[in-house]
Design a protein around this ligand. Structure first.
Ligand SMILES: [Zn+2]
Length: 430
């Protein structure tokens, strides 16, 4: 659970815009404790990870939301506050494709999940064409005792119903529950809808009693019928927060808190593409095992789905190697965010049996990666860089005598490939 620096004054100050945007974009408090416990009783993933999954996306703006800064005010790439209709970047099939297809609009959510899943998961759906402009100002909904976000969610659901939405379209598995609605708020102030906490998005709608529409139940708690999120100023910022909130339906409560900007399940970092570990967990990629000294030519991970893993003897731990070349559209940013912070070979230390927060961390080329680090250029190994992996030191287990160490050296870069030499060496401890 991560709380934000929730100074709205800073947020309004253009000087701080970029820094605040980076810091806050996906910071979130997602769950109330009872829902966490309920969620863990049967475990994630809570939505399918294969096949076609249809969702409903609804854009929402508070009537007194006039917050604009250079990026949101761009009429094509942003979402100006005075537009009072859904953003241009969400029109047509730019945000969601209505049908399963071989190819989706580049950069859309459908394109994102098709690529991350290696074409196994088709995240499609309908964008409701009308903006929900709240009939009351923001302050009306922030009074928890009378109104709150749960109240607002029910108001929007009633409005969708009156405006012809057939909720039965979104029960993909036909179990009687609406599977997924995305409430995409333009902006809200940090302190907001649940007083005392602040978040960019939340995996639930804030009401406890289910609502029935078209003979389908809409569930307001997590895991329930979707997510709500603010800060949908541009397509990349929207994709960042939406993919993060969806990641809770894949991986449950809590975060991979040392994944930084190289994955989507950190909770306090901008989300570009998914990490190899996240993709592997969902069965979307299958890393190639390395067992002995070898020379590898590793292509870009995101665009080729190629990963290598170094298994460790007598351990469930392993190292996952991915070449992140920042050539995918999902590793590029926009006027709010920059691009993926590093380019080159990334090495993740995976500990599947550790607590969730500790399951993945990066072994930075410059040895400086920490939980507070979202990622920096010096994390990746570039031509000429090498490091020694010492599994027993990393796994914190046992007493070591003949300890294995593995040298990883990037010999050179050839176009978008990195040429990597892996060399095993037994070393004798004192
Ligand atoms: Zn989160």
């Amino acid at each position: 659970m991560l709380l934000l620096n929730n100074s709205t004054d800073k947020e309004r100050d253009g000087i701080f815009l970029r820094r605040i945007a980076i810091f806050c974009l996906v910071g979130c408090v997602h769950f109330l404790l009872p829902s966490v416990l309920a969620a863990q009783s049967y475990g994630p993933p809570f939505i399918p990870t294969q096949g076609t999954f249809r969702v409903l996306a609804v854009f929402v703006q508070f009537q007194d939301d006039t917050w604009d800064d250079p990026c949101p005010s761009d009429s094509l790439l942003g979402w100006p506050s005075n537009r009072h209709s859904i953003p241009k970047w969400a029109l047509g099939e730019k945000f969601l494709a209505p049908k399963k297809a071989k190819k989706y609009s580049e950069g859309s959510l459908s394109d994102y999940f098709a690529q991350m899943s290696n074409e196994q998961f088709h995240f499609i759906g309908d964008v409701f064409p009308i903006l929900y402009l709240t009939p009351q100002p923001f302050a009306f909904y922030t009074d928890k005792t009378k109104h709150g976000r749960g109240f607002l969610s029910t108001q929007i659901i009633d409005w969708l119903d009156e405006n012809g939405v057939d909720f039965s379209r979104y029960d993909n598995d036909n179990d009687g529950d609406v599977d997924f609605i995305l409430f995409l708020y333009r902006h809200w102030q940090h302190k907001i809808l649940t007083p005392g906490t602040s978040y960019q998005g939340i995996s639930g709608f804030g009401f406890s009693k289910s609502i029935t529409k078209d003979n389908k139940r809409i569930l307001g708690r997590f895991p329930g019928s979707g997510t709500m999120q603010r800060g949908n100023y541009t397509l990349p910022t929207s994709r960042s927060i939406v993919t993060h909130e969806i990641s809770h339906y894949f991986f449950g409560a809590g975060h991979y808190s040392s994944i930084g900007e190289f994955g989507i399940h950190d909770g306090n970092a901008f989300c570009y593409a998914m990490s190899g570990y996240e993709r592997e967990k969902l069965g979307w990629i299958h890393p190639i095992e390395i067992k002995r000294d070898t020379l590898l030519s590793i292509p870009d991970a995101i665009t080729t789905n190629t990963y290598y893993k170094i298994d460790l003897p007598n351990s469930s731990d392993y190292f996952l190697l991915e070449n992140r070349q920042r050539i995918s559209i999902f590793e590029k940013g926009d006027c709010v965010e920059g691009e993926l912070p590093a380019r080159g070979l990334m090495i993740a230390h995976i500990r599947p049996r550790a607590s969730k927060a500790q399951q993945i961390t990066w072994i930075a080329a410059d040895s400086t990666f920490s939980e507070n680090d979202k990622g920096e250029a010096s994390d990746a190994l570039r031509a000429g860089d090498s490091l020694i992996l010492k599994p027993l030191l990393h796994s914190r287990s046992g007493t070591a005598h003949d300890q294995l160490s593995i040298q990883v050296r990037v010999l050179r870069q050839k176009a978008n490939r990195v040429i990597v030499r892996i060399k095993y060496k037994p070393t004798v401890n004192q």
